[in-house]
Design a protein around this ligand. Structure first.
Ligand code: NAD
Ligand code: UDP
Length: 316
């Protein structure tokens, strides 16, 4: 018999950028949070402020190995998200997505927990449909340098839907589009953190390609709202469901915005475009609006200000 009726929530990858914000919000809402991480791309620093919370627990564990715990909900975020991190050990990246999904779905099946998968817009690859809707099957190079991540996440989605159909596991699949905010890793090579750090240091802003490729950036608080709304949605809502901000910008424009905001004298340095870099990306969030009543609220200007303030502080 359980003595507490506090919801027990497992967050894998909880010491990462998104995971640490999610753990914080779950604690605020009264959950008992078990944060599991192998610290491959995340850090104890991201959750150091939560360690003294009586309902927070941090466990070092690699999700490619089975995990035996008793929980009511699982958010599966474990997986390096930035290209330089996930390409450093591509075999481990695929294992994390695939073996990790199998282990956590097995845990969900045994405990009856509801499980949410942090999938990605990368399942659409270099999309031929714009903006991307959930019924688009994607355009992914299965043997390229991004494939360990893209195909790993696609296989994880397959596993989620098969555990749902075959074993009745309650699943939620979120396709997350580029998200930014405080606690992004300063050296993870993602565009927002790179540009902010370069602008603050007065170094050249490294635009890959000619800067005409587009992305749509979602502020972390909005994204966490979306993940929690999806987890709380009725059982029949499985997703996949896009979560992101449809406000699209070219990488060249983003470089200008950040340089102006920081008040930096940095100039742009053009560098070669990495392999399989998608040309454009914008989520269609109609489904999230209609099923979850969710849409992003934070304007890019406001989100970037908060992110610049975080990096300014960190680098002081
Ligand atoms: P992150 O790298 O900051 O966090 C991932 C966390 O997972 C890290 O703490 C890392 O140490 C941990 N991890 C990696 N492999 C592990 C393993 N085998 N076992 C246990 N822990 C492991 O990245 P993030 O931006 O916070 O992304 C979180 C999740 O959201 C990822 O699954 C990512 O694919 C997904 N996502 C993020 C974005 C984004 O823009 N940030 C976009 C799409 C999808
Ligand atoms: N990018 C860039 N300069 C950088 C880092 C990234 O021009 O210093 C580009 C990158 O080529 C891509 C876009 O910015 O077109 C977003 O890159 P990121 O790695 O942040 O995310 P993803 O490509 O996974 O969407």
């Amino acid at each position: 018999m359980r003595l507490s009726d506090r919801k027990r929530v497992l967050v894998t990858g909880g010491a990462g950028f998104l995971g640490s914000h999610l753990c914080e919000r779950l604690l605020e809402e009264g959950a008992d949070v078990l944060c599991v991480d192998n610290f491959y791309s995340g850090s104890k620093d991201n959750v150091a402020h939560l360690l003294s919370h009586p309902h927070f627990e941090l466990m070092r564990h690699d999700v490619t190995f089975p995990l035996y715990v008793e929980v009511d909900e699982i958010y599966n975020l474990a997986c390096p998200a930035s290209p330089i991190h996930y390409q450093r050990d591509p075999v481990q990246t695929t294992k994390t997505s695939v073996h990790g999904a199998i282990n956590l779905l097995g845990l969900a099946k045994r405990t009856g927990a509801r499980i949410l998968q942090a999938s990605t817009s990368e399942v659409y690859g270099d999309p031929e449909v714009h903006p991307q809707t959930e019924d688009y099957w994607g355009h992914v190079n299965p043997i390229g340098t991004r494939a360990c991540y893209d195909e790993g996440k696609r296989a994880a989605e397959t596993l989620f839907f098969d555990y749902h159909r075959q074993h009745g596991v309650e699943i939620k699949v979120a396709r997350i589009f580029n998200t930014y905010g405080p606690r992004m890793h300063p050296n993870d090579g993602r565009v927002v953190s790179n540009f902010i750090v370069q602008a603050l240091r007065g170094e050249a802003i490294t635009v890959y390609g000619d800067g005409t490729q587009t992305r749509s950036f979602c502020y972390v608080d909005d994204l966490i709202d979306g993940l929690m709304a999806l987890m709380a949605s009725p059982a029949e809502v499985t997703g996949p469901i896009n979560l992101g901000n449809p406000n699209e910008v070219t990488i060249g424009e983003l470089a200008e915005e950040i340089t102006a905001m920081v008040g930096s004298a940095s100039t742009v340095r053009y560098e070669p475009l990495p392999g399989d870099d998608p040309k454009q990306r914008q989520p269609d969030v109609t489904l999230a609006k209609s099923t979850l009543g969710w849409e992003p609220k934070v304007k890019r200007e406001d989100g970037l200000r908060l992110t610049v303030a975080y990096f300014r502080d960190r680098m002081a």
